[in-house]
Design a protein around this ligand. Structure first.
Ligand SMILES: CC(C)(COP(=O)(O)OP(=O)(O)OC[C@H]1O[C@@H](n2cnc3c(N)ncnc32)[C@H](O)[C@@H]1OP(=O)(O)O)[C@@H](O)C(=O)NCCC(=O)NCCS
Length: 175
């Protein structure tokens, strides 16, 4: 799982120790977390980071995370993308992604999601992908749809973010 993955504009590298500053800056940024969850404490961010550095196989409970690099940029980290096994028998993985604010609107999330789905089908054997996002998170819903995922159901008052209950949208894609 440590090999590099490439798409037209992007390279994906498995999360490594030297990515701590980037990970810390992402997960402590209230704008980036606005639709995902309450901002975590530094200890929790560090704990999750260290969990994700562990070797990964399809029966691992932790997320497999890649840093997304834009090939033509100098200081080129544009975000991250992750998958996590949710149903081993049904070969189902959840996907999640974060693009830094300054790189939004250039199709990077969609390109990354399509690439990681393709990689995960070909190299891990997943047959189904799921994703959850809040109803009001139009940008993320659009990315999921552009990558071929379909809305299965909406569950009102499903997750609490910033003291407010939000409706969750559940998406899936079967290969
Ligand atoms: C959501 C996010 C991943 C989008 O990344 P991105 O690289 O800008 O996504 P893309 O450029 O591939 O596609 C975004 C699409 O949403 C659309 N969009 C974005 N915000 C929108 C809005 N407020 N209203 C309508 N459409 C919107 C864009 O126009 C584009 O669609 P188009 O290609 O049809 O024009 C990014 O903003 C992000 O990481 N946000 C914070 C973390 C997060 O919430 N992650 C998702 C967790 S579920």
């Amino acid at each position: 799982m440590d090999k590099q993955i490439f798409s037209a504009r992007l390279t994906f590298t498995r999360l490594a120790l030297h990515d701590w500053e980037l990970i810390h800056s992402i997960y402590s940024n209230p704008n980036l977390m606005k639709h995902i969850r309450d901002v975590m404490s530094e200890e929790e961010i560090r704990r999750n980071f260290e969990n994700e550095l562990a070797p990964w196989s399809i029966d691992s409970p932790h997320w497999l995370t890649w840093i997304i690099h834009e090939n033509s940029l100098g200081d080129n980290n544009v975000g991250l993308i992750s998958i996590c096994t949710r149903n081993l028998e049904k070969l189902t993985a959840e996907v999640g992604f974060i693009i830094l604010e300054e790189y939004n609107g250039q199709g990077y999330a969609t390109e990354a999601l399509k690439s990681i789905i393709d990689f995960s089908v070909d190299n891990i054997g997943f047959k189904k992908f799921i994703a959850v996002c809040s109803e009001e998170h139009i940008g993320s819903r659009r990315v999921l749809e552009k990558a071929g995922m379909s809305l299965d159901k909406m569950v009102p008052d499903s997750t609490q973010i910033g003291g407010k209950l939000v409706t969750d949208c559940f998406y899936s894609l079967e290969i």
